[in-house]
Ligand binder design. Sequence first.
Ligand SMILES: [Zn+2]
Length: 270
Amino acid sequence: MPEGHTIHRAARDHQKILAGQLLTVSSPQGRFTEEASLLTGQFCLAVEALGKHLLYRFKNGKTLHIHLGLFGRIRKRKLPLVEPRGAVRVRLVSSTHVIDINGPTICQILAEYEVMKLIKRIGPDVLRSDADPDLAFNKIVKSKAPIGRLIMDQSVMAGIGNIYRSEILWRQGVHPEIPGKAINRQTFDKIWDDAKALLMIGVKHNAIITVNNTRPSKSRYQERVNIFAKGTCPKCKGAIRRFEISGRRTFVCETCQPFGVEIERKQEKT
Ligand SMILES: [Zn+2]
């Protein structure tokens, strides 16, 4: 599953090569032919990311909505056109590039009011300048669910995927199993700000990098993260515990992320 930074990077990239142009839209695989006919020959206004959703906005008021899900993938090439590879659901062609999208979980056309509904349904996206962190905090402090689940719940806040989840909570010293209602505003702000900073680095380098001052191009994955899929904490050299939250692998250093601290902090304040 791509994390938020991958989708924002794709949006930024596609904005450059598609926006401001008349596009040719087709469905080589055939499953989106009728819908594609509503977009082809239309002027693309903008491409934006909303959490893990991609929105291609057209001047005729229609929006192509893509969610890649677990198996979807995007291929981008410079023209000339080549034969589609595999089952290409939708192909977007500009004056310079072709974008093929295979196997998305969601591929549909939305009217403007449906885009608004989608925006309402998804929590604030840490990478968007119009995101309102209060919306996420208000949901978190009303929830008994563990913070490790809440920050990955796209209806609470959007952008954080499984690797970032473990990394951000470790960086901020927050145990993933602490219930949302025990998280105070200061801690939430630290999580939000760190998520934003790390995801921005992710977009820039097209890689998950959570270790400070590491070199993105020369370092391998294991050197770019602190605790995800690792055995030892880089800070205290203690053992990393591995468990699951909502069926996804989670990692924690119980020394650097003690369970009790947050609850005590909250009690002190009240
Ligand atoms: Zn540690």
